[in-house]
Structure formats: C-alpha cells, structure tokens
Design a protein. Structure first.
Length: 743
C-alpha cells in the first residue's frame, strides 16, 4: 500500500513587498470622482488576461492606455524581462473605427467586458501564433517570425462569434450567422461544419441563460484529434421573445432577445457530434426532458467527452460520459440537493482515461476534491472546509492546485497540494484537512502554462491595486508584468471585522472625527454567488469617496453568499424577501452597538442589481431602520427575471408562487414612506428597464413620492465616465439631503 501525503508549498514573502501603507489624506472631492471614472476605477492600463505560452518562455497579455478604454496585445519575455507590443487595433483597422455587431455587444455584456479593441485572444498549440478578433474580422499573428505579421482570414460575410484554434493548430473555427465554420489555414478555405442554423435554431452558440447564469459562453467544442466538433443546437421555438427598445433612439428598431422566464418555456438544447470532413451528425442521448439544462461540456486532450446536465429545478446535476461514436451516455456521478446544486467549475479534470479525473463537490461539513476512475468510483479524497474549488493538476510534478480560504473575510488564495495516490484500492478512503497555508494573500487569480512550467498570478489587496507577477518553475524570483495605470494616491480607510457570523467592513471618512456621530450608508449586494466584503482595493475606492462626503459606509455579507459552506449558502433558498435583509439588519445593529460614532437613527442603503432589489426592499419593509435608499437596476418582480437564476433560488412555478409573491416589490409599493431614488439603464437586457417602470407605476398609483433617474442608452453596466461621475454625485446628494451631516 502506498501512503497519501500532502505537501503545501508557498511563494516567498517578498512577492509584493512594495505595497503601499495607509497615509493621512484630505477628503476626496469631485476631482477624484472624475479621475476614477476616466480610468474605469484605475483599472485601465493594467495587464489583462495574461496567458503564459506553452513553453513558459513568454506571457501574453492585453493592456490599454491609462485613460483610453481600447486594449492592445503585448508580449512579456520571461528571460529578459522586456515587453513588446505585438498588435494594436489601429494597426489592423488602418484608421477605421471599430464596429461591433449587436450580437458581439450582447456577448461582451454577458462577459462584463466594457473596453474596446481586443477583448480576448487565443494561442495555438505551440504558442507560435495568436488568433484575435476585431470589428467582425479574424486575424492570425505569427509571433515566431522576426517581424510578426497579422494575416486577415477571408471569412464569409455575416456576424462572426466565438473564434477558436483547432487542437492541432491547423484550423480556426467560429460561428458565422448561426452555423459553425472551419477555416483551413493551409488552403485558406472556409468550410461549414453545420448547416441550416437560424435565429430560432442556432448551431454552436450558447443560449442566453448559459452565458448569463451558467458561466458557459461557448456552444461548440473540438475533439482532441481535431476531427470532430461537439456542437450545441439551441431551439428557441416557443420561447418568449422580448425587445430592448431604446427610447433615446426612436429611429432604431428594437433588438429582439429570447428571454425565458420562470414557469415559461426554456430553450431546447441538443448536442451533436459533427465530423469536420463531412458526414452524419451523431446526437448525444440523454434524458433531455428531465435534464433540460446543458450546464457544462468538456472534451479534454487526455480525456473523453463529458457533459454536465441539470434538471429544471437545479436540485440534481449529473455528469455523463459520452461515447462520441454512438452518442450513448453513461452516468459517472450525480449531485443532489433539496435546495439547489451549483455547477461545478474546472472539473471534471482528466488526468488520463486510465487514471481517471478530479471532481469538486460541496458536501456536508466541508468541500471535497476526489479522484475518480472512468466509472466514477471515488479514490482518495481531500476534504476540508477551507477548500473552495479545484484549479488545476500539474501531472509532471504531481501537484493538485486548489483555491482555499482560511475563514477570514474576502481572502482568496491558492495552494499546491502534492499527493501520492493509493495503490491498494481496497484500503478505506483517506481524508486530510488542509492547513491554512497560503500561496498568496488577498484577492488572487492565477493562470498556468499548459505544462504548468510557469504561471501568471494577479493579486490585489486593500493596500494595492492588482499586480500581475510571473513565476517559472525552477527559476528563482518573480517578475512583474508592466502596468501603465494611474495609481490611487491613497489607501481606503477600511476596517474589516466579524459580528456574530457576518463578515463586515467599515469605511470612515478621511477626516473622521471620533467625537461626532455620522449618518450611515449600507452598501449592499446580498445575493447569491457574490462576496461584497473582499480584501482588495478597487471596490472600496468609490466607497471611500462616498464616506468622505460625510458618511460612514458599511458592507456586510449575509447568509446566501458563497464560501461559507452548504447550509450558509442555501439559507437564502425561497427567502429573498427575508433572510438577506434580516441578516443585513442584524449585522448593522451589532456594528452600531460596537461603534457609537454610527448614528443608527440615520441609515441609508444603496445597491445595484440584486443590491438594487435589496435597497428598495429595505425601505419598503423596514422603514424604521432605513431612512433613505438608492436602488440601481433593481429586479422588482422576479417573475420577470430569467428562468435559470430565479428558479434556482425561488423554485419553479406555479408550485413556488408564494415565494415569488413575498419577494415582489411591486406588491409592496403602497408601503413606501421613505425617500427612494430608482436608477436604471434604459437599454438593460439583463434586468430590463421594465422592472423599474413596473415599480414606478405601482408607486405612482399608490400616491407615493419617489425619484427616478433613467440612464439613456446604457445597459446593466455603466462604463460611461461622465455618467459615472454625475451618478455618484447624485447618489451622495440624495443621502446628504435625507440623512444630513455629521453632528
């Protein structure tokens, strides 16, 4: 019998030795707000989407200018530490303006991309060539040449989306007007892989809820041998079609969008395996009536085709092994929960067909990473409350890379776990608890080279904006990817803590006077799959500005937020109207008891999206606590939000009608007694402007006083610098008017 052991390795402490320390400062004024808006929160000019080349000798990344939201492509040479500019949008467009189709704009909206230029890029199998898309065209750049040249691919006319390399690097694939095409680089020939795609029945495109709620942005996947493509067919027949009409542009036609709502018909998804050389499609066979969501698809280089499917209630998720020749499926495992099952990210991760795959599960008492064989049977397990997810597996060094937490607010970190698997399968499963040893502190993202010989690690703390470093296995020291961003000249005056079971943050004014009592603003999100209290600088910069206008700003993570175990996260199930708000109030009151400078008789609340819902809910249900609110892009009637998100947390209709009614803000309109400012983009295709209109109509008919600020032509994001500056000035003024000044 071989034993299993864990060896945790950490980076050296000088990783970010140059972090800034908090300094005394004057209160932030309008000039800061203007600079914050122009630099997109000081994020423009920083390396984005770093990708080590397969050989680990270079790292490619995107970067804009400090105040110009247009990204170019750069290359960082690890050996010399030098950076060169590879491609710019200007060099490809030759002076022409970038032109995005409505489909590409919608795709970027789903991915929360608000900058222009290159939004992404793809390396081929050996890293010698780069594929980029720009303004509806595709280009291949040969970085191995002495003078790299970008060649435009002569693709057909139409809307082009989701370009990819074939695994062998000889072809490029993409979706062109609802069908998948392959472009042979040797012959410069474009060939359709699927035919007959339409707006109603698309081929190779992820449907709306897959992009918005499942984190799945693609609808097709290459086979490892580059001979087949597994392609999604999304049939929208009978699905409700909504229209995004911009009142600010009456000369333009409304944009149609298939938008499935709770209790209504969903998109019917099928998966077919299509030979590139031509031939019959093999359709994957699973119980699509019971499991109507195609949650995830993987066709790894060393593993078979696997798919994750969900039932409509999302209380069961099944991992299926697909026979690519016949389309038949075998169940590898099933995850069930009486509330909901989260979609598993980064797994299954196949070591090989013989050795099996890694899988991440949420279980009672903690989370676990298992190694399972081709039949789905478990092998040795790593179980710990600290484990938050599986990241990758370095087979050459026998290292499992995990995302972990040590139980403090907002820390994200990665550990390398070195393990030896059991030879004797008759032995009982061994469980180990991970010691809270960190690879890096703060909020961290990491991207590895294919062979894990190098990685790019982006880290932010409350004392420093994101910095991306590169580390190569066997080479001492770290190198920093160059940034040209404007840096904030201060650190937020923030205090992290914990009251009862809630992680909290308090932001005091720069000129805070402990002898005074300050009106309080609760900055809230409160919804699932989001942490508000995080150890990074950027989220607190704007809140520091708001505090400097004469407030103490508070943030609290309530039950329903991730990373605190199964029961904590699922406490929100069918209780949107109660659990999040009750927890926020409980945490707020405990903070008020602890900090007498907080004037609990003058509390306001502000939030966006789910946070906008929470803000409006707060003044409607608990006016004795909240004296004023600003609700940005709020969901006011959950029957008008998309099916996948809403039914996961509120249940399906009509059986869960009571949960929807209790969470409906429109039905509470007659309860408003406090000042409420509603803010919403008129072109929002996520939380439709309809939500704010329905609530304003109900408030008006109930004879209530309120304010509405429509943001013409803006979507769920608000990237416009002028709008950002004026919006936050308006928000601060709303609270100054209704909460008053420090006393």
């Amino acid at each position: 019998m071989r034993s299993i052991f864990l060896l945790l390795t950490v980076c050296a402490s000088p990783l970010f030795a140059d972090e800034k320390k908090p300094v005394d400062q004057k209160p932030l004024d309008a000039s800061f707000l203007r600079l914050y808006a122009e630099t997109r929160g000081f994020m423009l000019g920083r390396p984005a989407k770093p990708k080590p080349t397969p050989d680990g000798k270079a790292v490619l990344f995107l970067r804009s200018e400090p105040k110009k939201p247009k990204q170019s492509l750069y290359e960082f040479d690890v050996a010399s530490g030098k950076t060169r500019e590879l491609l710019t949008p200007e060099s490809l467009l030759k002076g022409a303006e970038e032109n995005l189709t409505p489909e590409e704009k919608a795709r970027r909206e789903r991915q929360r991309v608000s900058v222009g230029g290159f939004s992404d890029y793809q390396l081929n199998d050996d890293g010698s060539k780069v594929l980029v898309g720009l303004s509806g065209k595709l280009y291949v750049f040969d970085r191995s040449a002495t003078r790299g040249v970008a060649i435009e691919l002569k693709t057909g006319k139409g809307t082009l989306l989701d370009p990819k390399w074939s695994p062998d690097g000889r072809k490029v694939s993409y979706v062109l007007d609802h069908d998948v095409y392959v472009y042979d680089l040797a012959t410069n020939k474009e060939t359709p892989v699927t035919r007959g795609g339409t707006e109603v029945k698309t081929h190779g495109l992820a449907e709306f809820v897959a992009q918005e709620e499942m984190g799945r942005f693609s609808g097709y996947w290459w086979s490892p041998d580059s001979k087949f493509i597994a392609c999604e067919e999304a049939d929208h027949e009978g699905v409700e079609q909504w229209y995004v009409a911009d009142p600010n542009k009456p000369d333009q036609k409304p944009l149609p969008q298939y938008y499935p709502r709770p209790g209504k018909k969903n998109v019917a998804v099928h998966l077919g395996i299509v030979p590139i050389a031509g031939g019959e499609t093999v359709w994957v066979d699973w119980d699509r009536k019971k499991f109507e969501y195609l949650a995830a698809v993987r066709w790894d280089k060393v593993g078979p085709l696997t798919i994750q499917v969900q039932d409509r209630k999302q209380q069961e998720l099944v991992l299926l092994l697909v026979d690519a020749k016949t389309g038949k499926t075998n169940t590898l495992l099933s995850e069930k929960d009486q509330a909901f099952v989260n979609i598993t990210r980064n797994t299954p991760y196949w070591v090989s067909e013989k050795e099996g795959f890694f899988w991440f599960s949420e279980v009672e008492g903690g989370n676990e990473v298992t190694l399972r064989d081709r039949e789905g049977n478990k092998k040795p397990i790593i179980t710990s409350e600290a484990v938050q997810g599986f990241v990758s597996f370095d087979s050459a060094r026998d290292r499992v890379i995990l995302r972990v937490s040590r139980g403090e607010p907002g820390h994200t970190r990665f550990v390398h776990v070195k393990s030896k698997m059991l030879e004797d399968e008759s032995q009982p499963i061994i469980r180990r608890t991970l010691a809270p040893v960190e690879l890096a502190l703060g909020h961290v993202d990491v991207t590895y080279a294919i062979d894990h010989s190098a990685f790019a690690l982006t880290r932010s703390t409350t004392a420093a904006m994101p910095i991306t470093t590169v580390r190569v296995t066997g080479v001492s020291g770290l190198q920093v990817l160059p940034s040209v961003a404007i840096e904030p000249d201060f650190s937020p005056n923030i205090e992290f803590g914990k009251v009862a079971d809630f992680f909290t943050a308090i932001i005091r004014p720069s000129n805070f006077n402990p002898t005074k009592k300050y009106p309080v603003i609760l900055d809230v999100y409160g919804g699932p799959h989001h942490l508000h209290v995080t150890q990074e600088m950027r989220p607190w910069l704007l809140k520091q500005w708001l505090a400097d206008q004469g407030f103490i700003v508070v943030a609290i993570d309530n039950r329903g937020t991730p990373g605190r175990g199964r029961d904590w996260e699922r406490a929100i199930y069918q209780k949107f109207d109660s659990v999040p708000l009750e927890d926020q109030i409980a945490g707020l009151k405990l903070l008020g008891e602890k900090h007498p400078e907080m004037d609990m008789e003058r509390v306001g609340i502000v939030g966006w999206s789910f946070g906008g819902y929470m803000s409006a809910l707060a003044v409607l249900k608990r006016p004795e606590v909240f004296k004023a609110a600003v609700a940005g892009a709020p969901v006011t009637d959950w029957e008008d939000y998309d099916s996948h998100y809403t039914e996961r947390y509120l249940g399906t209709l009509p059986e869960s009608q009571d949960a929807y009614d209790r969470a409906n803000l429109v039905k509470m309109a007659d309860k408003l007694t406090r000042p409420l400012l509603l803010v919403h983009g008129t072109a929002d295709d996520n939380v439709y402007f309809r939500h704010t209109l329905k609530l304003t109509d109900a408030l008006f008919r109930a004879g209530k006083d309120f304010e509405v600020l429509p943001l013409p032509s803006l979507t769920h994001m608000v990237p416009d610098p002028v709008v950002t500056e004026k919006l936050w000035t308006r928000i601060a003024g709303h609270f100054q008017k209704h909460l008053g000044k420090p006393k």
